[in-house]
Design a protein around this ligand. Structure first.
Ligand code: SAH
Ligand code: SF4
Ligand code: F3S
Length: 475
């Protein structure tokens, strides 16, 4: 095995000067049959951005003749599409790599690969170079389009490939996709993040904020409509920064929502929004665009202005509450969910109390809650480590208690009402029931007609639990 390395480094990731390149993907004939008689498997971790990337990676594999393996024991290549957001996310993946090694003992030809956000960190690539000689393919978030070349090197030239770019990243259109669902689709509208929240690794792992051209997005959504898709989720680390990088036109996220509403798609969702960047047109879209669903995920992170400042979030609690008020003015029944980090360095009990107060004031109907995790190379990594582990855990528990009350309250308001549900399939816990999400993004388990999977049906809500609604289809 000969080697070829290109390791990432955080210093060059921080420099973001170059022009954003818009490129198109094509697959040369030399790559068509490389995957003949070979099976691939992808395990995806992290956010929807990674899920969308895995659909492109699958698209490339299948265009090269590989077929998907549903059983890890018969795969010729197992690729982990990784997440670096918190230490426990990474630990889980290191554990998984160790576990998969045993398959390689049984099948020495098995290629283990790692891609996604973890390899964008210098420390991770160094660790692989030092301690994981059995990992044969490593690439990052900026070079998915180079995968055909890497697979040829791995399978034909028998090389070990470790290639990660630290540059800001281009936008590559026309990468084939194998979508995981036939009624709901991810649509990436932008890549990267320029916010540099002090705790966060994403600006380093995903590069500079860059927007896809509106024509490309509208074309993709029109195609999805013609294929029968009911729902799209627009993806970006900060979708409200969409269009900021356009030099020749003034076209922002709100404009995109109004244009996509005209494509005929039934449901539009989007994630993630940033409270500071959310503009008036995005807010009015909740009223004017019938496809824009009445749910917004708007991460607040903390209810203390001092902590928000240390996080470099760029807004105050007052500004956040003002956004919520404006949203409720145009869409009184909107459901709001959020992300919160507890035990951020400098968070004192009084700051935490302010977070609890804010949670009650807004009336969140759900939240992802996290204990702060130190990420190498981020500014917050240098902040003092003074909050004892028990206090961290205890704050998380206290917060979750209030958040769970919000889930239940949010569900209870639909009791006895009829809601529209996009049917995903059979319930995982009870296969006599169907399951799907309502317009307000509530999970609904119900008795109904299975031929409606993939369609939108009316469901009468008969019970409201903390995590889901129960109901009966109205025929
Ligand atoms: N771009 C999105 C999502 C980023 S990651 C946004 O800005 O909201 C999802 C969530 O993970 C964040 O909202 C934050 O709550 C959490 N998170 C990010 N970095 C973290 C860290 N170092 N420790 C704990 N939680 C973190
Ligand atoms: Fe991370 Fe902040 Fe960017 Fe979200 S907005 S990805 S939390 S830096
Ligand atoms: Fe994780 Fe990367 Fe997404 S770090 S949350 S997979 S952008």
């Amino acid at each position: 095995m000969s080697n070829e390395y290109k390791t990432p480094d955080l210093k060059s990731a921080r420099m973001r000067k170059g022009e954003i390149l818009h490129e198109r993907f094509t697959l040369d004939e030399e790559f068509f049959n490389i995957g003949k008689n070979l099976k691939y498997r992808i395990q995806t971790y992290g956010c929807q951005g990674n899920e969308a990337d895995s659909e492109m990676i699958s698209g490339i594999f299948e265009a090269m003749g590989f077929i998907r393996s549903f059983d890890e024991r018969d795969a010729d290549i197992i690729l982990l599409n990784t997440c670096a957001i918190r230490e426990n996310a990474e630990n889980r993946i290191w554990g998984e790599i160790g576990r998969l090694k045993s398959y390689q003992t049984k099948n020495p030809n098995l290629i283990l690969g790692i891609c996604g956000c973890m390899p964008q960190e210098e420390v991770v690539v160094n660790k692989i170079l030092k301690s994981y000689p059995y990992v044969g393919l490593v690439f990052g978030t900026h070079n998915i389009n180079e995968l055909p070349k890497y697979l040829k090197d791995v399978f034909v030239n028998k090389k070990r490939v470790i290639k990660v770019h630290s540059y800001e990243g281009a936008i590559v259109e026309d990468i084939p996709k194998v979508r995981m669902q036939t009624h709901k689709a991810w649509v990436s509208i932008m890549y990267g993040c320029d916010e540099f929240c002090t705790y966060c690794v994403v600006p380093f792992t995903r590069g500079k904020e860059r927007s896809r051209k509106k024509e490309e997005i509208i074309k993709e959504v029109r195609e999805l409509v013609s294929q029968g898709y009911q729902e799209i989720t627009l993806l970006g680390q900060n979708v409200n920064a969409y269009g900021k990088d356009f030099k020749d036109e003034d076209y922002k996220f709100g404009d995109l929502l109004y244009d996509l509403d005209k494509t005929g798609i039934n449901r539009i969702r989007f994630t993630t929004s940033h409270p500071r960047d959310i503009d008036g047109k995005t807010i009015t879209a909740f009223k004017d665009c019938k496809s824009v669903m009445p749910h917004l995920h708007l991460p607040v992170q903390s209810g203390s202005n001092e902590v928000l400042k240390k996080m470099n979030r760029g807004y105050t609690k007052e500004l956040y509450l003002d956004v919520i008020e404006r949203l409720k003015a145009v869409k009184p029944d909107i459901s709001i969910t959020t992300d919160i980090i507890v035990a951020f360095p400098y968070e004192e009990e009084k700051d935490f109390q302010e977070t609890l107060d804010l949670v009650k004031k807004v009336g969140f109907e759900g939240a992802f809650t996290f204990i702060f995790s130190r990420r190498s190379g981020t500014p917050a990594d240098k902040y003092p480590d003074i909050i004892p582990a028990e206090v961290q855990k205890e704050r998380l528990l206290r917060l979750n208690k209030v958040i769970n009350e919000g889930y239940l309250r949010g569900n209870k308001r639909f009791l006895g009402k009829t809601v529209k549900v996009l049917v995903d399939g059979f319930s995982k816990t009870d296969d006599t029931k169907l399951t799907g999400y309502s317009e307000h993004n509530k999970l609904v388990n119900f008795t109904g007609d299975e031929t409606k999977i993939g369609k939108i049906v009316l469901v009468e809500v008969t019970d409201a639990k903390t995590w889901y609604l129960e109901g009966i289809e109205v025929k």
